[in-house]
Design a protein around this ligand. Structure first.
Ligand code: ATP
Ligand code: MG
Length: 195
């Protein structure tokens, strides 16, 4: 089995609330290897590239919004002026561009077996009210789509975490230069695997 890479971004709400240390330690304690970490003021161009500029991504985000509105008996048209999922996804992306530039973001690259599955599990549900206790989003935030959209902003959910093996590779390469990534042996590797 091959090791995977994942990118975690501590978003401005996590940085401004002083959660960097606590969040980094959650990825360390599960045994993932930190191969890069740094502060960065994200540029608009980088954020645009980071969140896919594809119909599939816009639709996924828009449909999540619509599902939530239907469940709550709310009307998406009142907030977004439309119930087209792609248009809603595009609005959310515009909000994300502003949100991620509110302060420096703290970026972490991790590596390990089943890395993607693990970082998503530790991160918790995208929607903080639905994120389980014990996850980063569940323990440190309680935002909801209804509240966020009413305030014309994206969910403040503390972190980003890569969600596919391909995205993990792509995102680590987007945010880190090769010389900012490090390869080394961790002491616990010999107890965790028979590598
Ligand atoms: P991330 O990519 O940040 O790890 P995710 O993969 O769990 O989050 P995505 O579907 O990729 O979720 O959405 C990207 C980000 O857009 C979310 O983390 C959240 O901040 C914001 N977002 C997504 N859907 C909505 C929505 N319906 N309303 C407001 N914000 C949203
Ligand atoms: Mg995502």
């Amino acid at each position: 089995m091959k090791k995977q890479k994942a990118l975690i971004i501590i978003k401005p709400d996590g940085v401004q609330r002083g959660l960097i240390g606590k969040i980094v330690s959650r990825f360390e304690q599960v045994g993932l290897k930190i191969i890069g970490l740094k502060f960065e003021l994200a540029t608009k161009e980088k954020i645009i590239t980071h969140y896919p500029e594809t119909e599939i991504w816009f639709k996924k985000v828009g449909e999540r919004t619509l599902t939530n509105y239907v469940k709550k008996g709310l009307d998406a048209k009142k907030v977004f002026g439309t119930d087209n999922p792609i248009t809603i996804g595009k609005t959310v992306k515009k909000w994300l561009i502003d949100y991620l530039q509110e302060s420096p973001v703290f970026i972490i690259a991790v590596e390990g077996y089943e890395c993607i599955e693990i970082v998503r599990k530790i991160s918790g549900n995208t929607i903080p009210v639905l994120a389980s206790p014990g996850t980063i989003r569940g323990d440190f935030s309680h935002d909801s789509i209804d509240l966020a959209n009413e305030q014309n902003r994206p969910l403040r959910n503390i972190i980003h975490a890569s969600d596919t093996v391909e995205d993990g590779e792509k995102e680590v390469a987007l945010w880190f230069k090769p010389e900012e990534l490090f390869s080394y042996k961790k002491a616990d590797e010999k107890f965790m695997y028979s590598d």
